[in-house]
Design a protein around this ligand. Structure first.
Ligand code: HEM
Length: 393
């Protein structure tokens, strides 16, 4: 079966494309709802961009599989539960969901508030900061290492390892894969060391709880715990930082939106959902077809790697009214920034709480801020982080 997807000159890998992906998404939806892009990674895959097709792919894991061949992120065994397809998937989620339930996450809110206040204290008098370095990176990384039970004193080492997988240094595809695989081995070594220590002696942390969890009446193996930890390591250390970057970059450039958060902090949860929709910090998720299929009239054979464009679905004018307008009063906002279907984000309640507390505290202390003079924001491709987010106030 040969696909008929048109080739596109877009890559979704260039920094300038990551800055304004919405324009590219619109062109793809209108002219090539299934396309083959020109990027180093994207040229191996077919992109799906229309909301209807994206939702359908997320909801049919038996056709659009998440098995580990869908993406190269340095792991040698499937990440649990992300790369486990149904029916086993739901057994893992049943064990993990209670850990990340809203009521559980609410317990950590005082600690998140304490930490963000400390981080703001460190910069508030100086009148400027690199927001990514001062707040967006340390806040979720510290909280997540504390929750999981990894040593916070090694945060810089862990962030560098996570970046080595998510944003590997440029080079040929083969060189990137080699570096990603080498970094993956280091992540396994760190996790094995901590998991072994917790197996010998439990502590009050998530790893200890996971070690004692049962799936289908059976205790998890050491490998299972490490494979869960590997996914958490990537998901917990990156996504909230990237989301905070995207939101603060948006607010710094849109003073009316920023002022609304200052005047009416109660609107912050709505603002977060709307900025998650428009920015979609995790803009794509990978799949691989498990059988021959067809999307928007384009045939696909089994084994085709797919890039599902969540960001495009979140701005598709076929389902969204005024999709390019960021409207904090939007009534219905069933966005796909946390994915959809069985693999919908496990950490969404933690993420929402961290984002809300961070925006509440920041706007109470630093209400009037803007981008540094002449700054050109640099969005990283893939997960949309903004490393150079220099703010002044
Ligand atoms: C704003 C921040 C976050 C965003 C935008 C986000 C986004 C996503 C998305 C789009 C998926 C679906 C992946 C797929 O379908 O292939 C996902 C899954 C997942 N996320 Fe998040 N995430 C965030 C924060 C977190 C945090 C803090 C954790 C911490 C544990 C986390 C853990 C997970 C896990 C474990 C999965 C896999 C769930 C499964 O396969 O059943 N996420 N996330």
């Amino acid at each position: 079966m040969t696909d008929t997807a048109p080739h596109s000159h877009y890559t979704l890998e260039r920094p300038e494309e990551a800055e304004d992906p919405q324009t590219i998404y619109r062109e793809l939806r209108d002219n090539a709802p299934v396309a083959r892009l020109a990027g180093r990674a994207t040229s191996h895959t077919l992109t799906i961009s229309r909301h209807e097709d994206v939702v359908s792919a997320l909801r049919t894991p038996e056709v659009f599989s998440s098995d580990s061949s869908a993406v190269e992120i340095g792991n040698t065994r499937p990440l649990v539960p992300l790369q486990v397809d149904p029916p086993h998937h739901s057994k893992h989620r049943k064990a993990l969901d209670p850990l990340f339930a809203p009521r559980q996450m609410a317990k950590y809110e005082p600690r998140v508030r304490e930490l963000i206040r400390e981080l703001i204290d460190a910069v508030v008098e100086q009148g400027h900061c690199n927001f990514h370095e001062a707040v967006a990176e340390p806040l979720p990384s510290t909280i997540f290492l504390e929750l999981l039970g990894l040593p916070v004193s090694r945060v810089h080492e862990f962030v560098a390892l996570k970046d080595g997988i998510i944003r590997p240094p440029a080079g040929s595809m083969e060189e990137r894969f080699q570096k990603v695989r080498a970094t993956g081995q280091k992540i396994y070594a760190v996790l094995e060391e901590v998991v072994d220590a917790r197996m010998a002696e439990r502590q009050d942390d998530f790893l200890s709880t996971i070690i004692d969890a049962e799936v289908d009446g059976q205790p998890l193996t050491r490998d299972d715990v490490v494979d869960i930890g590997y996914l958490f390591f990537l998901a917990g250390l990156d996504t909230v930082s990237a989301s905070l970057d995207c939101m603060m970059a948006f607010l710094a450039q849109n003073p009316d939106h920023r002022q609304r958060l200052v005047d009416d902090p109660a609107i912050i949860p709505h603002a977060i959902e709307e900025m998650l929709r428009y920015e979609t910090p995790v803009p794509t998720v990978p799949r691989i077809t498990a059988s021959d299929t067809e999307v928007s009239g384009c045939p696909m054979s089994a084994g085709t790697p797919i890039t599902v464009l969540l960001g495009s679905a979140n701005t598709d004018e076929r389902v969204w009214d005024r999709p390019d307008e960021v409207d904090f009063d939007r009534e219905s906002n069933r966005h796909l920034a946390f994915g959809g279907g069985v693999h919908r984000c496990l950490g969404s309640h933690l993420a929402r709480m961290e984002l809300r507390v961070a925006l509440e505290e920041w706007h109470a202390r630093v209400p009037d801020y803007r981008l540094a003079e002449g700054l050109e924001l640099k969005y990283s491709p893939g997960i949309r982080q903004v490393d150079n987010l220099e703010l002044v106030w």
